[in-house]
Design a protein around this ligand. Structure first.
Ligand code: PLP
Length: 442
């Protein structure tokens, strides 16, 4: 790179051999002698050059460098490189939010007339994007129960299917994806397999090891970890062969960039180079340098926070499952959860992240009002514990019938367990459950 970046490039990077903790803390930025020790905020839209030739090379994708912060910024690049290393990919593009990461990941491959097969256990925002908004743009999605046998799932694929999509930990059923089955389907139909790894994070699961080709995140959740900043990221695993006749845009010359063929020029990183050059450019949903700084700061403690989120969630789930005022508890860290064996198969280590759900015996309004440590919020992945009653919030527009079909009974409370002291959380839930049982019935 001839623009003087102070970030590392992934090829000549000692970070490739680092453990998760060192990567969380130090990857993506190499301090210079007498320079700042931490990744600085480059709050600049603009970059300076010495000659026209260099700018011409940048605009022809013949040289890597920053042109304008919409398509790249040194602070954002530090975050992108850290996440690339954490996931074990070949490159990443940061986005304004998780939603824009998913839109970018999909739009980079699909046109009107193409088709998606996706697990129906998706985050609500992704569900609406696929089932409603992309449909208006001519892209259809078939949403399938990911637990169906492989031969049933095969029926969802069509000649125009161009990608398979799932979440490592589904929301709100909290099932862990059967990666082996999804990877076999992606291979059988020769389509890329995209995984939303938001709830697990690369601390718990690295989907590229289990057959995923592209990974997306809402960095707003555990990466930021402190409920300060929206952000998203798309990571390219570099292993999909785009030269199979299904993705000519990755192979054919792009006339807007001096007839660059992404596959020829960027090789393994063709997908992510195209995402930046075409759709970050056009959609403009870039991550701000300030948010990149905050999310990078959050990532520095990901390896310390995730074990605590998991331990606290397991402690609270265990407590709730024995509580007389609780109808049921769903948490994949509990031994009886049907997905529990997949932790051993697919996760880097013990732990099932911080989200659990339970059925409240009593009045939800009284329960939520009585909480003193946990707060009512529409968010997951914060260091602070939050609860949500989906039937009166995120899923209130659905009829009871549709809510039940989506796996949202009216007694469901979703908890994003934070990193406070487990004993304080248990005491808080215990007293609120007792208050709720005295409240009038729903
Ligand atoms: C929150 C979330 C998203 C959307 O991310 P935003 O940053 O809120 O746009 C996507 N997928 C999952 C699993 C999420 O939890």
């Amino acid at each position: 790179m001839s623009t003087k970046t102070k970030t590392t490039t992934s090829t000549a990077n000692p970070a490739a051999t680092w453990g998760i903790g060192t990567t969380c803390i130090q990857a993506g930025f190499t301090p210079t002698v007498g320079g700042p020790r931490i990744l600085p905020i480059y709050q600049s839209t603009t970059y300076k050059y010495d000659d026209l030739d260099q700018v011409e090379r940048l605009f022809a994708l013949k040289e890597a460098g920053y042109k304008y912060t919409r398509t790249g910024n040194p602070t954002v690049a530090g975050f992108e490189q850290k996440v690339t290393l954490l996931e074990g990919g070949v490159g990443a593009v940061a986005t304004a939010s998780g939603q824009s990461a998913i839109l970018l990941a999909v739009a980079n491959l699909l046109h009107a007339g193409d088709h998606i097969v996706a697990a129906n256990t998706l985050y609500g925002g992704t569900w609406v994007l696929f089932a409603v908004t992309l449909k208006k743009l001519g892209i259809e999605a078939t949403l399938v129960d990911p637990e169906l046998p492989e031969k049933e799932l095969r029926k969802a694929f069509r000649p125009n299917t161009r990608l398979l999509f799932g979440e490592t930990i589904g929301n709100p059923a909290l099932g862990i994806l059967d990666f082996a089955k999804f990877a076999r389907l992606a291979r059988a139909f020769d389509v890329p397999f995209i995984v939303d790894n938001t709830l697990a994070t690369p601390f718990l699961c690295k989907p590229f090891k289990h057959g995923a080709h592209i990974v997306v995140h809402s960095a707003t959740k555990y990466m930021d970890g402190h409920a300060t900043s929206l952000g998203g990221v798309v990571i390219d695993g570099g292993a999909y062969n785009w030269n199979n006749g299904k993705f000519p845009e990755l192979v054919d010359p792009d006339p807007l960039y001096a007839n660059t063929s992404y596959v020829k020029t960027f090789k393994q990183a063709a997908y992510i180079a195209k995402a930046r050059a075409q759709y970050l450019r056009d959609f403009g949903a870039c991550l701000s340098p300030f948010n990149a700084f905050l999310i990078n700061l959050g990532l520095e403690t990901l390896h310390l926070r995730m074990p605590r989120h998991s331990d606290n969630a397991l402690a609270l789930a265990t407590f709730l499952s024995k509580h007389p005022r609780v109808n049921w508890v769903v948490y994949p860290g509990l031994r009886h959860h049907p997905s529990h064996p997949r932790i051993k198969r697919y996760f880097e280590r013990e732990g099932a992240s911080g989200v659990l759900t339970f059925g409240l015996k009593g009045n939800a309004r009284a329960f939520v009002k009585a909480l003193k440590v946990a707060a009512l919020v529409v968010h997951v992945g914060d260091a602070r514990t939050g609860v949500l009653h989906p039937a009166t919030s995120t899923h209130a527009q659905l009829s009871l019938h549709d809510r039940l079909a989506a796996g949202i009974p009216d007694d469901m409370i979703r908890v994003s367990v934070g990193i406070e002291d487990a004993a304080d959380l248990i005491a808080d839930f215990d007293q609120a459950l007792r208050v709720a049982s005295k409240g009038t019935s729903k």
